[in-house]
Design a protein around this ligand. Sequence first.
Ligand code: DGJ
Length: 724
Amino acid sequence: MSIYFCAEKKIFHLQTANTSYVFCVAEHDALEHLYYGKKIPMDNIKYIGNRQWYAHHAHESRESRDFSASSLSLEISPFNSGDIRTPSVAYNVGGDIHCNRLRYRSHKIYQGRQPIEGLPYSRETEQTETLEVVLSDDENNVLFTLYYVVFADVDVIARYQTMKNTGAGSLSIQRFSSMCLDFYGMDFDAITLEGIYLYERGHVSRFPIKRGVFKCNSLTGTSSHNRNPFLALCAHNADEDIGEAYGFNILYSGNFMQEVSVDYLGDTRVVAGIDDTGFSWTLGAGESLVSPEVVMTYSDQGLGGMSRNFHDHIRQSIIERKFAYSHRPIVINSWEASYFSVSEEKVLALAESAKDCGVDTVVLDDGWFRPNDSKGLGDWRTEKDRFPSGIQGLADKVHALGMRFGIWLEPEMVNADSDLYRTHPDWILSTSKLPLISRKQYVLDLTRNEVVEAVANRIIEELQGAKIDYIKWDFNRYMTEAGSFVSPQGEVYHRQMLGAYKLLSILKEHFANVLFETCAGGGGRFDLGMLFYSPQIWTSDNTDPYARIYIQNGCSYAYPLSAISCHFTEGDCTSGRESTYEFRYRVASFGSYGYELDLSKYTAEEKAIFKGYSEEYLQDECLNLEGDLYRLISPEETDYYAYIKVSKDKKKAQFTFLELYASGLVESMALRLKGLDPEKAYKNENTGEILHGATLMNVGIRIGDLYRKKRSDGYTIRFTAIDE
Ligand code: DGJ
């Protein structure tokens, strides 16, 4: 059992393996937050006192000033409720300003969880338990249900909420976040993942929070290249191994916000969910709205501990089980090999040469239905002159070579030059006479069910009968003027996400057992919402290995290695910079590995090298799928990057060291490993040397020794525990 209710004190205690989350029904039936952090004993919760403050601001009682919503830590905080800090929800009835005070009404605790209809959510495990707390605003006939879904073994608690209009009139919502969490004090650093197209999540931005408000959000209709729905709050002294770290992430792929505010009391509030810029939602009588889910974790083992909690939770509950721990295809993708000039002949030649490189899946990227990016998107008609056997025939031929077949789609978009757009100019997201165009395409209006269905039917029809094993689902522009010809303006961004998730669900149901990899013009939609549908995401169009180190390192704070799709490419297509094969392979094998270059140009010797890489990757793939990651040196602080992946039973480990710039330090550098069992003896599979985990973790690996044996810019050492 992980959720307890103390009826005497009306305290809820949510307990995971290492954490406690405590709140209570306080005076005036307010829901007061009491504690979130390291686990505390169950019988001590009565001692976590309520926070009785002198009311600085408006108070409930006419007689005393000792109870004010503005002085409490709260689980939910509506605007116009007496709490004058950053609200987590805002609504009004019939446009009037009301007082929106919420009172506890009831709760229930049960095993498992309810799925969230139409939105991604963390899938239940045998240990999952849920607490639902119902609050009402009786003056306005509104009911809120706050959901706390506890995943005890991985130290994760998921939160979301529903709002129901129980009145006769309509109600307008202006802010509808998924959760509100108050902390005493402001002694935190915040960490966000910042970037841009070709450098998504490449900046791990860490800064001390101060009095005031900051918001990490996206207004692009996607989770975006520029920001990410992940947020960490950690102690100023927290590093990879020690110190308290809280992590938050939103299962949402559209406009999100993580808002952190420090108020007049010097306390910190986190409000996370849908961004409210331009948001307004009308709830008719009897209608409800459900928020996206937020997952949060706490670790006293620094940022490394926080990341590992999230990795475990994502693999266990967000990625579909049938894919989460299974081999991921080693693909050869046609994009950087041929760009738009693909043909049946070229794909088959690529497949033939890829066979010699240990590749198992050939992916036909963009270009199979159009010669360039200017036309045909949305019509999905295979270009028969370049693909005479059609997609079905090509897929059969690829299978006959003993390979699997994947195809690229961008279902949410339409080219301006397409029959679809000519027939339905009102099916796009813009009501302007001159809609803004990007990559010669518009975003389809998926707030309209008929559009979702038409797109799904067309794609299903075109690919009828083709043996497809893998779908790359792209999204190549932002939503810049999200106006719909039918849906209310303030609802468009969120309805669009609901439509996109529906389209994904329809096509996933049709292409059952097909592995989907999502993508958004590189890594513009790398989030937990997408991971619910696709076990891996294309990380970035920047495949220059030097830049990729930063991008992949940023991703690893929030996302497991198997979710991070990485390809061995010619590497210089984004930067013009050359790099060794060894370095490119070591960088790309960080995540789910594949190739993206014209393999038919390479010699037999080179292909043998690539085959060796594929085999080496497969040897350790289980560490990406199930193991623990320990980041050893940060590329932001040094000229190197190093990490170790360790199996859960600590019997197998893979250490990688990468030299970004030759600074001369490596000669004398000793690097302490992490995550091993100090008692176990490990065989260094490269040298045969046997050392204990305690030695490897305290004395470390002498990098200079590696250099003296073989000069390289990247090393991997595999360790296997031996029975003594
Ligand atoms: C953007 C993706 O990131 C690329 O990998 C490729 O699929 C192109 N789109 C195709 O248009």
